[in-house]
Design a binder for this molecule. Sequence first.
Ligand code: SF4
Length: 64
Amino acid sequence: MKVLVDSALCVGHGRCYVLGPEVFREDERGRCWIDSHQVPRELEDQARLGEANCPENAIRLETQ
Ligand code: SF4
């Protein structure tokens, strides 16, 4: 699975990095950043939680 975050849509609610702290990180402005687009299988649930709970629909998942 790959995770993509549209920085133009992210406004920093923080739900993604609260619900999926091993996939999503918080930058200095409270917005989301990710250090790897590739999500290991054991963290896919965190990626799905973040995607499902982003109010801005800024997170997109790609499954191969
Ligand atoms: S939940 Fe969405 S809007 Fe909020 S920080 Fe994460 S990506 Fe950005």
